[in-house]
Design a protein around this ligand. Structure first.
Ligand code: SF4
Length: 429
């Protein structure tokens, strides 16, 4: 039993883990408890729908999960041999999904280097919106703590925040003796119910591109004939705020959303000439923040990069998973989805190697697929993840041991066997 987990039920049916770090979105809330019962896991202290749904994926059945090849259950050794055979035969593999923790991503990077693989995350499209703005203009980030301690104005653009990050407003609610009143404004979306402080919503005409462009011009003090009066008032409030934070969610932006991201950054930079302002990006779930951070520190380049013996090649458009699969530009898909059942591997005629949550087994039962059930960081293995604001890496503790290998375990075993196989057949690893 983990040292922080204590049996508390006289029947021995319930263990309680206090201060559990939740892996189901990039806020990584770490103040709730989880009860480990015989039938599954139960969240205590929050009604977060994402965490409740995430925990519901873990019943007692995971203990009997087995690897499979072409839908037939096999031993781990047989699955590793089958997967290595496919890796050795491919010339241009794609490592997609990448929903894993720091250790898993480090090992996947090594395996990618050995095979010349392209790395892209299941949420790569959302990442590219934010990344493009970062590459072109830089960034001015706020952290959760800064919002909590300083932000008298929070402006959510095109997101209600709580739809995909249910605890966001509780995480950054002002402290009791903050000394300021918080105003929260929602642009282009309905405000969620029950929010503390002054709340307003604006429904500008046109789409989000139009609204953000107009707001940027108004914040800059430019004359905008026929400007939306609500946006003009918001621009005035942004300039008058002591510390304002612009919150946006890359995953909700339409195609070409990088244009909106750049305009938002321009607003923040413009405000910082006369007051304090920052941006908070609601993204990075399913290990996206972690996969990108690890890839960047190991290679110097972000995701959508091909790594291998011939060097590095980054292409944010061509190396998108959907485009690569649709164009038959790769000859193998290795898919990683360790946090739950929400990211099944894309269907494709290519050979697939899947490192996934045990309940993805049925989605991986077709011909040509090698499936490894793996542990979930923060549930049945320990691990580390980057938080949404990118300033901390939080440790994840194990709630229960289902005897499953981690993504890092499988990737490391594949790399070792691949090296041995090459040594035997080609005389070099
Ligand atoms: S907001 Fe995110 S990290 Fe917090 S409890 Fe919900 S799913 Fe978990």
């Amino acid at each position: 039993m983990n040292a922080s987990t204590q049996a508390c039920d006289p029947d021995g049916h319930v263990d309680v883990t206090p201060n559990w770090t939740c892996p189901f979105c990039s806020l990584l809330c770490d103040g709730f408890r989880v009860e480990t019962e015989q039938s599954g896991l139960r969240l205590v202290g929050s009604d977060c729908s994402k965490a409740v749904q995430g925990l519901a994926d873990f019943g007692p059945a995971t203990a009997s999960a087995m690897p499979s090849v072409d839908g037939r259950p096999v031993t781990a050794d047989m699955a590793l041999d089958a997967a290595v055979g496919r890796l050795a035969a491919c010339r241009m593999p794609l490592f997609g999904g990448l929903a894993t923790d720091v250790a898993g991503m480090r090992q996947l990077y090594r395996l990618a280097n050995a095979t010349g693989a392209i790395l892209d995350h299941a949420r790569g499209d959302a990442l590219m919106h934010a990344l493009r703005a970062l590459q072109d203009r830089g960034q001015v980030f706020s952290t959760l703590a800064e919002i909590r301690n300083r932000a008298d104005l929070v402006v959510c653009i095109g997101t209600d925040a709580v739809g995909n990050f249910p605890e966001f407003f509780r995480r950054c609610a002002p402290v009791d003796d903050a000394g300021f009143a918080r105003r929260t404004v929602f642009v282009g979306v309905d405000a969620p119910a029950g929010l503390a402080g002054e709340v307003a919503q604006i429904a500008p005409e046109g789409d989000l591109f139009d609204a953000v462009a107009m707001l940027a011009a108004l914040v800059d003090g430019r004359r905008v004939p026929g400007a939306d009066t609500a946006l003009a008032d918001l621009a005035q409030a942004l300039r008058a705020a002591r510390y304002c934070v612009v919150v946006w969610e890359p995953g909700r932006l339409p195609a070409q959303g990088a244009l909106i991201a750049e305009a938002l950054l321009r607003i923040v930079m413009s405000l910082n000439r006369s007051t304090r302002a920052g941006a908070f990006i609601l993204g990075g779930a399913d290990g996206l923040q972690t996969a990108n951070a690890v890839t960047t520190w190991l290679s110097g380049l972000p995701l959508r990069t091909r790594v291998g013996p011939l060097g590095l090649d980054h292409d944010p458009l061509q190396y998108a998973t959907a485009r690569l699969l649709a164009g038959n530009d790769v000859d193998l898909l290795l898919w990683v989805a360790s946090f739950g059942t929400k990211l099944p591997p894309p269907s494709t005629a290519l050979p697939r190697i899947v490192l996934g949550h045990p309940r993805l087994a049925s989605a991986c039962a077709g011909e040509g697929t090698v499936f490894f059930p793996v542990a979930t960081p923060g549930i049945n293995s320990a691990g580390h993840l980057f938080r949404a604001d990118g300033v901390v890496t939080l440790p994840l503790r194990i709630l229960r041991d289902d005897g499953l290998p981690t993504v890092a375990d499988i990737a490391k075993a594949l790399e070792a066997r691949l090296a041995l196989r090459r040594l035997a057949t080609e005389g070099q690893p």
